[in-house]
Design a protein around this ligand. Sequence first.
Ligand SMILES: *Cc1c(COP(=O)(O)O)cnc(C)c1O
Length: 391
Amino acid sequence: MKRNYDKYSFATRAVHTGNDVDAETGAIRRPITMANSYELPYDPTDMNWSGAAANLYTRNGGSNQQYLQEKIASLEGGEDCIALASGVAALSGLFFSMLKTGDHVVFANVTYIAAYRLLNELLNNKFGVETTIVDATDAGNIKAAMRPNTRLVHVESPGNPTLSIVDIAAAADVAHEGGALLSVDNTFASPFNQRPIELGADFVIESMTKYINGHGDAMGGAIIGRREHLDVIRAQAQINLGGTISPFNAWLIMRGCVTLPLRMKQHNESALAIARWLETRPEVRFVSYPGLESHPGHEVAKRQMSPGFGGVISFGLNADHDGHNRFVSRLRVITSAVSLGHDESLIVFIGEDDERQYLYPEQFHGGFFRFSVGLEDTADIIADIEQAFDK
Ligand SMILES: *Cc1c(COP(=O)(O)O)cnc(C)c1O
């Protein structure tokens, strides 16, 4: 019999929810079902070929994606979840399903680059969706940008790549007062540290490629929200746009997610210690981490994030463009690569001529690093940075 873990704590649900004894073999792990198709009933002619209800075709809904959806919906405190092939498939699925020509979207100045491209280049130029970019660290700016046709407010907190903090409860109030829905990209926090639905958000986006999988070996994305909305998004985005996650990736992410609470505890602890250490160093021009008292969003972050602030830090050096690159070339533990939330530490240099620099606060204009603190020993990470400073 299928067990229910709803009443248990986050860590227990991270282990158990979505897994069960396999009915056929008795194995205590559900198998990976690498099948595209499922056997049809005697008379299939009145089946809904575009429906998500039954096991029909893996693009409509396969077993491994369903198990993963159960786990993620539970961890985010949402009614339902759609697991897709990438975080960007989740973003595009949400936007294309919820928006039509003539609708207006207010979105944050600090967002993942594909959210910016989707809204600010594709949906507005090609499909006639109106867009306004605001400094979302002040909900007053969101309020001022609302129009009668505003359908969606989209924010990230902490935001990629500056770690800016949006007051999610305040943004939800403003969006709802204006008759719009709020979506929050929760990738940097992960559901362990922050659950936007509990703060009033209508949708949560996760790039499961990052902390939820945590091992840097599979891509996936998720949309979490109410069933009334997700039924529409599933039909339009998953089944008809086709951003389906592979059963193998769904299984890998399911496995990675079991250790999310343990990993996040370490990411939180190491990142805070490293951010504090970086602040003391003369080589460092600035450090942005919501766990630092010096972060302008620290008080809001303390209210809406618990127990920690995630594993991503951004910082700049008292150095020119080449000085930043030289520093990275000397690192021996930390790897220069995009992505974040992996087991290993990753750093990426965002140069002073980045096209979106104008959207960020002044201190980021000189170029900066987005640094994802990994699960290596904290002292080894600090020593790696220190020896790169010394050289
Ligand atoms: C990486 C990332 C995405 C996109 O996810 P993919 O899995 O790479 O498609 C979306 N939002 C944020 C905040 C991200 O960091």
